[in-house]
Design a protein around this ligand. Structure first.
Ligand SMILES: Cc1cc2nc3c(=O)[nH]c(=O)nc-3n(C[C@H](O)[C@H](O)[C@H](O)COP(=O)(O)O)c2cc1C
Length: 323
């Protein structure tokens, strides 16, 4: 695969992590990058800077220790606010700006942001133009195949983006109306790839190395973006990279490696969020890690009841004391 170049950055891999609010915090991004994700965008940040003075927003804008290039995703509906948000994030350490026009979440869509923006192509053009002009950092766009199945205008949106100077696209193979239902269809993604010259990442239901290769072949896309399949399996990036390079599947990761990954991940979460929130955030990651290992249901149920980092970590390590 030809390495993808975005501005001055050559991506270490064309397999990248999808932005997921509530999941792709700094510890998870670092973990995925360590396992070979070519990029790992931050959780979405609203373009309304008046909402930034909260611990949550401050945490989302903290990139310490994150490998380059650091991508921040912004969401909003007003071109000037989006430009301002992009500028401020670049000043705070973002090296690539990703614009969210892919998220169907109500909170975002009530304000005609996220994928709801696809209904107003003229506004899409003004937002993209305004953000691209505001920053020297490369700008990416994350979007869907269309507004609904009768309005699959993803191809027109992609062309608008390219004209505005957006440097890469990630396309989730569903419409806004589909939410997460059904399976992603990548024919429209292939149509978008055929229309533009900028790199395109195919996204949606890519959950194995074989599926990644199938989608790359069938769409002609330059890369793939993986979301849910990385939950509890951040090493999927290594598995996919290895398969794309060699055509071979990696052996399943030994349990002691999984235990060490979980331990380091938990420690990172406690350090970022503090004890109470850290324990709560850790529960969902633990649950994702353990769902792949049948036989650990008792542990899984117990871990979600524990209240302190010490209890959580020591219970986990005792259980996995592999001698
Ligand atoms: C919990 C969760 C949060 C998400 N948050 C965002 C977000 O903030 N911004 C965004 O562009 N997409 C968001 N998405 C969509 C994903 O980036 C991705 O497009 C979608 O999950 C399909 O990819 P997958 O099948 O590999 O998971 C989110 C998805 C999930 C499951």
């Amino acid at each position: 695969m030809t390495p993808i170049k975005l501005g001055p950055y050559v991506l270490p891999s064309n397999v990248i992590l999808a932005p997921m609010a509530g999941v792709t915090d700094r510890p998870f991004r670092r973990l995925c990058r360590r396992f070979g994700a070519g990029l790992a965008a931050s959780e979405m940040i609203t373009a309304n800077v008046q909402l930034w003075d909260t611990p949550k927003s401050r945490r989302r804008m903290d990139h310490s220790g994150e490998p380059s290039p650091r991508v921040v995703q912004i969401a909003g509906f007003d071109p000037e606010m989006m430009a301002d948000a992009a500028r401020r994030n670049v000043d705070a350490g973002a090296q690539i700006i990703d614009i969210n026009m892919g998220c169907p979440a109500k909170k975002v869509c009530n304000r005609l942001a996220g994928s709801a923006l696809m209904q107003d192509e003229e506004l899409v053009g003004r937002i993209l133009d305004s953000v691209v002009r505001a920053v020297s950092a490369p700008v990416m766009l994350k979007t869907r195949t269309g507004w609904d199945r009768d309005h699959k205008n993803g191809i027109r949106i992609a062309a608008i983006a390219e004209d505005c100077g957006v440097q890469a696209l990630s396309i989730h193979g569903r419409t806004r109306e589909d939410m997460y239902r059904g399976t992603a269809e990548h024919d429209t993604v292939a149509g978008i790839k055929a229309k533009v010259k900028i790199p395109v990442f195919a996204n949606g239901d890519i959950d194995t190395p074989q599926r990644a290769r199938e989608i790359l072949t069938s769409t002609g896309c330059d890369g793939v973006m993986i979301g849910r399949a990385a939950q509890g399996r951040p090493w999927i990036f290594d598995e996919v990279n290895f398969f794309l390079r060699s055509g071979e599947l990696r052996r399943e990761l030994p349990l002691e490696n999984v235990r060490d990954i979980m331990r380091a991940h938990l420690e990172d979460l406690y350090a970022l969020y503090g004890d109470d929130t850290g324990v709560r955030v850790a529960r969902k990651h633990l649950s994702w890690y353990l769902r792949q290992h049948p036989g650990h249901e008792v542990l899984r149920n117990r871990l979600v009841t524990l209240q302190t980092p010490h209890e959580q970590l020591s219970t986990l390590l005792e259980h996995f004391d592999l001698g």
